[in-house]
Design a protein. Structure first.
Length: 144
């Protein structure tokens, strides 16, 4: 099992952070491995599905995410239901000093890696998650 966590405080209200964070089309703007993302149909809510395309280790990978929890401006959780790896993500947003504290958790299977390599994979995932959430903070705090 590979796990990663991140926590960042963004100087923007929860409603703005949540709207941006949960928009699949915005993924490439703040996640380094994301090439594209889109909602499959309807609106984003519990039960919705989104497709994302990522470039990982030089390979283009398409996956489908299923939204498992959706509380506007507060909580967003999803799991991968198709694609090369299995994982779950969780975002919790809390108001903090006029901004928003975002707590993120990732839990996934190392999919084909030998168990001995799992600590290396986990460190890489943790580093990427930390970088992505630093970028999210920068993007949201510097946009007009």
């Amino acid at each position: 099992m590979v796990k990663a966590e991140a926590q960042v405080t963004i100087d923007r209200p929860p409603s703005e952070v949540f709207a941006y964070l949960t928009d699949p089309e915005k993924l490439p703007e703040w996640q380094a491995t994301a090439l594209e993302g889109h909602l499959e149909s309807g609106r984003l809510e519990k039960g919705a599905r989104a497709t994302e395309v990522r470039q990982i280790l030089g390979r283009r990978m398409e996956s489908t995410m299923h939204v498992t929890e959706y509380e506007p401006d507060r909580r967003f959780e999803a799991e991968l239901v198709s694609g090369p790896v299995t994982f779950r993500i969780s975002h919790l947003l809390e108001p903090e000093n006029g901004g928003t504290k975002v707590s993120f958790a990732f839990e996934g299977e190392s999919a084909g890696y030998f168990p001995v390599a799992e600590p290396v994979v986990e460190r890489q995932v943790q580093r990427q998650v930390a970088d992505d959430f630093r970028r999210l903070k920068l993007v949201l705090e510097t946009r007009g």
